[in-house]
Design a protein around this ligand. Structure first.
Ligand SMILES: Cc1cc2nc3c(=O)[nH]c(=O)nc-3n(C[C@H](O)[C@H](O)[C@H](O)COP(=O)(O)OP(=O)(O)OC[C@H]3O[C@@H](n4cnc5c(N)ncnc54)[C@H](O)[C@@H]3O)c2cc1C
Length: 392
């Protein structure tokens, strides 16, 4: 029987990897990370994978502390009573569990999306889309979703010479300042993207997207980026969740049902007021979830979690981008960087997330990445990218 405290982290994305690395700070803690893939997925580059400009994966060996045991599998159930998780390889026991299963595509309730649209939320989605695009080099593309992912995907494909229509919903990325939005709209126009602002997509057929103003937009391929849901593992396991399915926690990221379970990243809903989904929040929540566990092991009171936001970074193809600065409460400031500078900042951000993971792997707990401001949460919960939608 091991004398170490067993901590199982479910989900090896930005939050889960940061949490697993931070947990190695204590040598009397054994950390197991369970994730369905043997490589780390840089989800923030999935639009690049779809366009063929990046593979969007990194070896776990580069971002995970060597003391973390990686189990390549999927958790199908959490049994809080017996403190075990079920995997295809059998049950895994835990003393503490970090729930970090991230998010995935949703909007399946819109007719035709499941059958005809290509989602872009997971590695598999992006690889399938890449193969589909390769097989249809002249196909026109309709991208649904005017958030950052939709904009980035539309720009990336248009830059490669595709004819692209972007259906935004009410407003092109509501997060942006008016100036930032104008910069992005102008760049999309220069790339030849037809931007439809206002109408909502109501149905997808094989080659069209129907809008609520009666129009039908033709496009041989439909890419769906409008809305993220979350895996239903917590709900399926009888744990309390918010309406979307995120694990409901207190301010220390501890499940409201069980002191042995903490959550981080897109699948966490602290006090039912979740942070904006994003790797920006995930890399900050992961270590804080780990600190909650470490505090409990040490017999200390865990600290409330907090996340600091800097803004939103949007690539517009490989040479241009926008960095939209935000206020402390994650609302946009009237200030952005555009052009090559914006593109450079975006690339730096993409690289720096991987650096953060590997730094935490090498020096767990040496640096914290968040600032403290207890007043941010309410606004963050209503921020816009990626837009959570109610799961079907
Ligand atoms: C195209 C695109 C561009 C984006 N760009 C940005 C951006 O510029 N900035 C930004 O901040 N955010 C961006 N995001 C959002 C960002 O990628 C996510 O918010 C972020 O990945 C969330 O991190 P996470 O650790 O919570 O979850 P994830 O990174 O999704 O990781 C969760 C992991 O858990 C695994 N998992 C799920 N279920 C189980 C299970 N049952 N058992 C075991 N493992 C499981 C998943 O397979 C996955 O590996 C983008 C997303 C997309 C799709």
């Amino acid at each position: 029987m091991s004398e170490k405290t067993e901590v199982v982290v479910v989900g090896g994305g930005y939050a889960g990897v940061m949490a697993a690395n931070r947990l190695t700070r204590r040598t009397d803690v054994a950390v197991t990370l369970i994730n369905p893939r043997a490589e780390f997925v840089q989800r923030i580059r999935l639009h690049q994978l779809a366009a063929g400009t990046h593979d969007a994966v990194t070896e776990y060996g580069k971002v995970l502390n060597e003391r973390v045991r990686l189990v390549v599998d999927s958790v199908s159930r959490i049994d809080a009573g017996t403190r075990t998780v079920t995997t295809s390889q059998g049950p895994v026991r835990y003393d503490y569990l970090v729930y970090a299963v991230g998010s995935a595509s949703s909007a399946q309730q819109i007719p035709g999306v499941r059958e005809f649209a290509h989602p872009l939320a997971t590695l598999e989605d992006a690889r399938t889309l890449r193969a589909t695009l390769d097989a249809a080099p002249d196909a026109t593309v309709t991208v649904v979703g005017g958030g950052a992912s939709g904009i980035e995907t539309a720009a990336e494909l248009a830059e490669q010479g595709r004819k692209v229509t972007l259906i935004c919903g009410a407003t092109l990325n509501p997060y942006l300042s008016p100036k930032g939005r104008r910069t992005i709209a102008a760049r999309l126009t220069r790339l030849g993207v037809t931007v439809l602002e206002g109408p909502q997509a109501t149905e997808v057929t094989r080659h069209t997207v129907r809008l609520d103003d009666g129009r039908e937009i033709e496009g041989q391929l439909v890419v769906w980026t409008a809305g993220f849901g979350v895996p239903d593992l917590a709900a399926r396991s009888g744990l309390s969740t918010d309406p979307l399915g995120r694990l409901l926690t207190d301010e220390t990221l501890t499940s409201v049902d069980d002191v042995r379970i903490v959550a981080a990243g897109d699948s966490a809903a602290p006090s039912g007021r979740p942070y904006r989904m994003g790797c920006q929040s995930a890399v900050q929540l992961g270590p804080q979830a780990a600190e909650t566990v470490l505090s409990r092991i040490a017999g200390d009171q865990p600290a409330p979690a907090d996340v600091g936001f800097a803004g939103q970074c949007i690539s517009l193809g490989r040479h241009t981008g926008v960095f939209q600065f935000s206020h402390k409460d994650d609302t946009a400031r009237n200030l952005h960087l555009g052009g090559r500078t914006g593109s450079g900042v975006k690339e730096l951000v993409c690289r720096s997330t991987v650096w953060q993971l590997s730094y935490e792997a090498r020096k767990p707990g040496v640096r914290t990445w968040w600032s403290k401001d207890p007043n941010r949460r309410q606004t963050l919960a209503t921020a816009t990218e990626p837009t959570p939608v109610t799961a079907p």
